[in-house]
Design a protein around this ligand. Structure first.
Ligand code: MG
Length: 256
């Protein structure tokens, strides 16, 4: 099942599901699950929005060895967690806005998971019970500010720095899926999720030993090697095998 959030004509945004070129409404929630109603709306008549509105976005840094190495950084002994504010979220086809404070904004293609069941101190063997489904995210990063600030709030936290979507897939198998990132026609990143240092079940257990995971929370599982600079009028395409494709244009911030 592929869950979306969408806007149809002038109506309020709502959750729904997608089947080929049709969209239907749903009843329910991330914690209860969704019941699908008839898919009777044309996909081309709706705007797809980010499929989550999380209370928090938890991210894992340096979770692929080759990415840690390209920054001359050590792979940590435990998952390296940080947060992005929910105000970073944008949906499919929304523009990533390059802020004037940074000279070097980079893409980071990542598999993301959405929490379905609330929990604290979740054990490794129960971790998958707490996942609602999977989506694609881009952990956009102002690399120069991340470095100069020492900690990452500003470098990771600008508005539009977390494109997510286009849907949440509840049946996706995350064990060995190819993650690729193209900027325009250039292949920048390609690796399998099997190369993660810390597997998903360990990330959930570790994060939930710190903070309660709420239904709808988003966890980004880290990026492979090949991160690189974004420029105005670029187009970023992140694909995850079996999951889909997330496309976002890039533009400069215009200030009034
Ligand atoms: Mg990242």
């Amino acid at each position: 099942m592929r869950i979306i959030r969408f806007q149809h004509k002038k109506k309020a945004p709502q959750y729904g599901w997608i089947l080929n070129d049709k969209v239907g409404q749903v009843e329910g929630s991330f914690s209860e699950g969704f019941r699908r109603l008839e898919a009777d709306i044309e996909l081309k008549e709706v705007q797809l929005l980010a499929p989550v509105q999380p209370s928090k976005i938890i991210c894992v840094g340096r979770n692929y060895v080759a990415h840690a190495e390209e920054h001359g950084a050590e792979v940590p002994d435990l998952p390296l967690l940080f947060l992005k504010p929910p105000s970073t979220i944008i949906g499919p086809n929304d523009p990533i806005i390059l802020p004037p404070q940074s000279e070097k904004v980079e893409h980071e293609a990542e598999l993301a998971l959405v929490i379905g069941k609330r929990g604290r101190w979740i054990s490794i063997d129960k971790a998958f019970d707490h996942i609602f489904g999977y989506t694609i995210a881009n952990d956009v990063t102002a690399r120069d500010l991340q470095r100069s600030d020492k900690q990452w709030t500003r470098g990771k936290g600008f508005d539009t720095f977390c494109p997510v979507g286009p849907w949440i897939d509840t049946d996706f198998d995350p064990t060995d899926a190819l993650v690729t990132c193209h900027v325009n026609d250039e292949l920048r990143q390609m690796a399998s999720t099997r190369d993660m240092v810390f597997p998903i079940r360990q990330i959930i257990a570790y994060a939930s030993s710190v903070m309660t995971l709420e239904p709808g929370d988003l966890i980004l599982t880290g990026t492979p090697a090949g991160v690189g600079r974004l420029s105005p009028s670029d187009q970023v395409t992140i694909s995850i095998e079996g999951l889909g494709e997330l496309i976002n244009p890039v533009s400069n911030e215009e200030r009034n």
